[in-house]
Structures are given as C-alpha cells and as structure tokens.
Design a protein around this ligand. Structure first.
Ligand code: SF4
Ligand code: SF4
Length: 144
C-alpha cells in the first residue's frame, strides 16, 4: 500500500486554504500568487478553495483514487501543517472530516502499518522511492 494521501486528496477539496499574502512569491514567499485570489485584508486564498464546493486549483486528483499537489514544493504553510490521521501516531480531525465528507473512511493506525511494510519490501527491490518523498503528498489545508 502506498502513502494514503496519494490515493485521497479529500482535504484539498474540502477546506478553504488561506494565508497572509507575504507567503506568496509576490511577497517574498513561495506560493504562486497566480494560484491565489484576494481574500480580504492582507489575506489571500488558494483559488477554488473558497467555493461552495471547494477544490484547490493546484489539485490534480480523482478523490479517493489518485491525488497530487501540482505545486507541492511551493504549497502554503497551512497545507504542510495538517498531518494525515495516524501518520505521526495521532488522529487528525481535519483529515478525518475531509475523508468522511468524500465518503472515505477515516485512516487508522493499521493503514500505516501496511504502508511501512510494503514500502520496506519495495525499497528492497528498488521499486519505490524513499518514503520521505511520498510523505505529505497531501496537502492538507488550513483552513482558516
Ligand atoms: S491528509 Fe488526509 S484527507 Fe488529506 S489527502 Fe491525506 S489522507 Fe486525504
Ligand atoms: S496541498 Fe494545498 S496547495 Fe496543494 S492541492 Fe492541496 S490545498 Fe492545494
């Protein structure tokens, strides 16, 4: 089993992702300004996440099947801050809510045990990149 976020994407299609404009490349940060829209005051939001049915413009996914963030190295802090449930040994209410909203079951500790076992096997055969490169493929929004 691969990293659960790579077959999910629910949080990127559930929450509004907002940030201070200085997090964008127009303010010295890394988030592409072109991927954001004004959100009032000094805030901007990732385009698409401020809709009645949120879906981030940077998301390439079929929710529940495959998912990737097309600006992953430049994603907002808010996205970096949300862990997938049990990835770090604790439940993540934001992850759980997003998955449930998309009809997916909340992750459990057992899901990660399977990820680690399969990953170690894949590394030994050279089929899998380092786990660190897969982790946090999601992007977990903040969600102001
Ligand atoms: S953090 Fe949770 S909701 Fe977001 S992509 Fe990963 S598994 Fe899905
Ligand atoms: S990680 Fe953040 S920037 Fe990337 S697709 Fe998800 S919500 Fe958008």
């Amino acid at each position: 089993m691969r990293h659960p976020c790579l077959s999910c994407g629910a949080c990127c299609a559930h929450y509004r992702v907002s940030m201070h404009w200085m997090e964008t490349d127009a303010g010295g940060g890394v988030v592409p300004l072109a991927s954001t829209e004004p959100f009032g005051g000094h805030q901007v939001a990732m385009r698409g996440t401020w809709e009645a049915q949120p879906r981030c413009v940077a998301l390439d996914a079929r929710i529940g099947q495959y998912s990737r963030c097309t600006i992953h190295p430049r994603r907002p802090t808010a996205c970096r801050d949300v862990a997938a449930s049990w990835e770090n040994g604790a439940a993540s209410p934001q992850c759980d809510r997003a998955r449930l909203a998309h009809g997916l079951p909340a992750l459990t500790a057992a899901d990660w045990a399977l990820v680690y076992v399969v990953h170690v096997d894949a590394i030994s055969t050279g089929d899998e990149p380092p786990f660190e490169s897969l982790a946090s493929a999601h992007h977990a929004p903040a969600r102001a």
